[in-house]
Ligand binder design. Structure first.
Ligand SMILES: Nc1ncnc2c1ncn2[C@@H]1O[C@H](COP(=O)(O)OP(=O)(O)OP(=O)(O)O)[C@@H](O)[C@H]1O
Ligand SMILES: [Mg+2]
Length: 386
């Protein structure tokens, strides 16, 4: 089974492009499920259909669902939630707020990922397309299998043992509620379910991430950073969709300035994400709603290409430690080392060539480090920070 995760800033067209990708894939005879994990669902609206938490057949080979995040949450989290609620309330916090605090940020999205794994295991579909929440929560969501499972495996067993030993006196002396077995059972189930999740998500032949953006500087900046994080977590980013491009046929002078801004920003997109393929979609004359318009959108985006293909095979950015040094491996085909200037400015690494400039947002681990040396190795620029 193939998994395609579609994300981007709010309102750029993620849902429309996820739906259009699904329509196109179904035409290639892939049995396709498109699922929305954004708790503010609009996938059904996009198809102009009522979708629910179970797959609904939309057309030949095409199924859709909107994850019921509350239901998924209570499957894994109800005991923990009750525990947090009780603890918080005992400190005099009112019940509405206690309810709010009992769900940690990112939890709902995490549980949708577990549902994705279940679909993967049942092999009921050839392709699952995930219409995600805006970028920030997706980054959190997709980093959890790595960060969270580490925490749960390394720290959780210790905590459980400590709580077990401390319970008899701690509850009396400190008047605190300690988590009970139900809470630990929830956590253990979560660990078991997370097992194997990362292997599916970072297998570049199974899962790929595609970004949707519009030609606005702030939107592009956000995706540059998201792209760096996805690379860092080991995800294979295999497409950038540039949506809502003004057509050349538009001649209204009011739009001239906007068209110039868009064409300048298109150069920024091309230089920022190469060698990841870029797919383009014009601004339609109307909202993209209903299967016919989605089919049209799929057609302009993918042309003859099968959306289930993996469009990029090598991660553009990799990072690892070597002793005290941090090595950044940046894939830059067609780069002539003799022509480049490389330096850091604020939290970005800047690469200047006679033709273009690329800004790479640096991960936290590299902030405050000194750029020591850079050399070329085949298609890669190998940069050492110390
Ligand atoms: N190429 C396009 N031409 C015209 N309208 C478009 C295009 N792409 C998307 N739209 C419209 O823009 C609006 C927002 O699109 P969509 O819901 O797909 O964005 P989103 O990124 O999923 O938003 P959210 O962050 O709220 O989930 C919708 O009304 C949609 O029909
Ligand atoms: Mg959406």
């Amino acid at each position: 089974m193939r998994i395609i995760i579609i994300t981007g800033k709010g309102g750029v067209g993620k849902t429309s492009i996820a739906a259009a990708t699904a329509v196109k894939a179904a035409q290639f005879a892939h049995k396709t499920l498109v699922m929305s994990t954004d708790s503010a669902h609009s996938l059904g609206d996009s198809f102009d259909l009522q979708l629910g938490s179970e797959p609904v057949e939309i057309s030949d080979n095409l199924f859709g669902l909107e994850v019921d995040t509350r239901k998924e949450l209570s499957r894994y989290w109800s005991n923990i939630q009750a525990f947090i609620r009780k603890t918080v309330q005992a400190r005099g916090i009112d019940s509405v707020l206690a309810e709010e605090l009992s769900v940690l940020p990112g939890m709902e999205e995490l549980f949708s990922l577990l549902l994705l794994k279940e679909y993967y295991q049942t092999k009921a579909y050839d392709l699952v397309i995930v219409d995600c929440a805006p970028t920030a929560s997706t980054i959190r969501q997709l980093s959890f299998p790595e960060v969270g499972s580490w925490y749960l495996q390394k720290i959780f067993p210790i905590q459980r043992a400590v709580v077990g030993m401390a319970r008899p006196f701690a509850e009396k002396i400190y008047e605190v509620n300690l988590p009970d077995e139900g809470v630990f059972d929830n956590i253990r189930n979560l660990i078991l379910s997370l097992e194997g999740m990362k292997e599916i998500l970072v297998n570049p032949a199974i899962t790929t991430v595609r970004f949707v953006l519009n030609l606005e500087k702030m939107v592009i900046k956000e995706i540059q950073r998201a792209n760096m994080y996805m690379n860092l977590f080991g995800y294979n980013v295999d497409g950038v969709f540039v949506n809502k491009i003004f057509s050349e046929a538009l001649t209204d002078p009011y739009l001239d300035r906007w068209k110039k801004i868009q064409s300048d920003n298109m150069l920024l997109v091309e230089s920022s994400f190469s060698p990841i393929p870029i797919f383009k979609a014009p601004l339609f004359e109307q909202e993209v709603v209903g299967i016919e318009l989605l089919e049209k959108l799929g057609e302009v985006i993918y042309d003859e290409k099968d959306p289930a293909n993996v469009f990029n095979h090598t991660p553009p950015i990799q990072l690892h430690m070597e002793g005290q040094n941090c090595i950044l491996k940046w894939r830059l085909p067609n780069l002539k080392k003799s022509e480049i200037d490389l330096f850091t400015k604020g939290d970005e690494l800047i690469l200047q060539t006679p033709l273009y400039q690329r800004n790479l947002p640096l991960p936290r681990a590299l902030l405050g480090k000194t750029l020591k040396e850079a050399h070329q190795n085949g298609e890669h620029l190998i940069i050492t920070f110390t």
